[in-house]
Design a protein. Structure first.
Length: 470
């Protein structure tokens, strides 16, 4: 009571004031700690952001460089640097000095980049950022950091099925019926080349330049040509059938004109299959020879650029009017080229079963395609689907096969050769599957549309999918 009268506070209040002071000190320490944590989080987040931006820049550069390797290392490096420098890292652009560029190959088994300048298929890009400033870490004596990001991009390995039209119409431009479209001199010169490629054989007293024989008596014609008693050289056909063809079935302008010019036309028109005239694959019948040459360019290009691609070959005519898997997926491009070269127009059969070819190729890709590879079908035709059954049924079957390919995520690149091709159907297949459609006009000399075909196959070969592998 006396203490209260004098205004003296009890000792317990003195102890409470000490506690408040201790809390203030503790609070100050906690604030400092929290500020340090915030500063640490900000700088750590900034470092993470810079690393992410570096990686984005190196990925962009690697993909750009890999995409232009087919045009040479210099162009690939220029593209790499351009794309890397287009990125902002840590609030400023990347400079040339911060970019490291290498070419080589990617070993998918060892997951290792192998530096090389010999036909490289991959690029490695490293982006270095040194002395990047920090914000709050300088309080602790660190005001900058160094970092780097490395990316490796390569051509994604492909599984490609060539699905080609080897039907009977693939020699139409070498037949005399094409004179009105291509001109007599072009067609006759082509047939002369074919005769020479068969070894310039001699039978009876025939010559390449034809002679007109008015008689409609087959025996008389054969006797005039000196072919009586001369063995016919191939399993299919006969000299009598040849005479009958020239007497009535050949195009009007050459009717009753006998000689090797019209005989080669007979072989193509009447005896085109390998079982009938097995040597026709050796000749430059068109447009199939233009196709073979374009395929050879495609395979040579794929062989030159080490992309680990595999290619298979299917044709869509056969003795059963179905597709034939000539060669499954392989990296033996020489064998593929040889098989393609040894086939002729109407090799097995004259009809066109496009759906069967698509099915054969799709099943090969689904059954034997490598996991992680990019699967692709290249479908070429110069005509209209007419099997199975008829044109209407055949077209419906193509629609169905295109949808199955789309469901399997297999794009189909289609090539329509000439005015006789069903371009609407080929466009549908490309659109449905996410592929592309190329049209090669046919109202031109074989040498011209051969160059067009080669250019199409070059574009397909160069349009290689890319992937970041590291």
């Amino acid at each position: 009571m006396f203490a209260q009268i004098l205004g003296i506070r009890p000792a317990v209040r003195l102890r409470g004031g000490s506690r408040r002071g201790a809390v203030i000190v503790l609070f100050a320490l906690v604030v400092v700690f929290l500020l340090g944590m915030v500063a640490f989080a900000i700088d750590t987040g900034y470092i993470f952001t810079v690393n992410t931006e570096l990686r984005r820049a190196s990925d962009a550069g690697a993909l750009a460089g890999a995409g232009l390797l087919v045009q040479g290392i210099d162009k690939a490096e220029a593209a790499t640097r351009e794309y890397v420098k287009a990125n902002i890292v840590g609030a400023r652009a990347v400079t040339d000095d911060e970019i490291e560029f290498e070419t080589g190959h990617w070993d998918p088994d060892a997951r290792t980049f192998l530096p090389s300048t010999i036909v490289p298929s991959a690029v490695r890009v490293t982006v270095v950022r040194e002395q990047q400033p920090l914000f709050f870490a300088r309080v602790f004596g660190r005001d900058q950091f160094d970092t780097r990001a490395t990316s490796v991009a390569r051509f994604q390995p492909r599984e490609v099925m060539l699905t080609l039209d080897y039907s009977g119409s693939m020699n139409d431009d070498s037949e005399l019926k094409s004179v009105g479209k291509l001109g007599a001199s072009t067609v006759e010169a082509n047939i002369h080349d074919m005769y020479t490629e068969l070894g310039s054989p001699t039978y009876g007293n025939m010559t390449f330049n034809t002679q007109y024989i008015s008689s409609t008596n087959t025996s008389t014609v054969l006797n005039t040509l000196g072919l009586n008693g001369v063995s016919y050289p191939y399993p299919g056909g006969s000299w009598s059938d040849y005479v009958n063809y020239v007497k009535g079935s050949i195009t009007t302008a050459y009717r009753r004109d006998y000689g090797y010019l019209t005989w080669i036309d007979y072989l193509q028109n009447r005896m085109a299959s390998s079982s009938q005239t097995p040597d026709l694959w050796k000749t430059s019948e068109q447009p199939i020879t233009a196709l073979k040459n374009a395929v050879a360019v495609f395979l040579a290009y794929m062989d030159e650029v080490d992309t680990d691609d595999r290619i298979g070959l299917a044709v869509y005519n056969s003795p059963s009017q179905q597709g034939v898997l000539e060669k499954g997926l392989t990296d033996d491009y020489d064998t593929l080229e040889s098989i393609s070269r040894h086939r002729q127009a109407g090799h097995y059969d004259s009809y066109t079963n496009i759906s069967a070819g698509l099915k054969t190729s799709r099943e090969e890709l689904e059954d034997n395609g490598r996991i992680g590879s990019y699967k692709l079908i290249i479908l070429m035709t110069d005509g209209i689907a007419n099997r199975p059954s008829n044109e209407s049924t055949a077209k419906a079957a193509v629609y169905s096969e295109a949808q199955l390919a789309a469901d399997a995520h297999i794009p189909v690149v289609t090539i329509s050769l000439g005015a006789g091709a069903d371009t609407d159907l080929m466009q549908y297949v490309a659109d449905t599957t996410g592929g592309k459609h190329f049209v090669v006009p046919g109202d031109q000399a074989p040498s011209e549309y051969e160059e067009d075909l080669k250019e199409v196959f070059r574009k397909i070969a160069q349009d290689m999918p890319l992937e970041i592998v590291q």
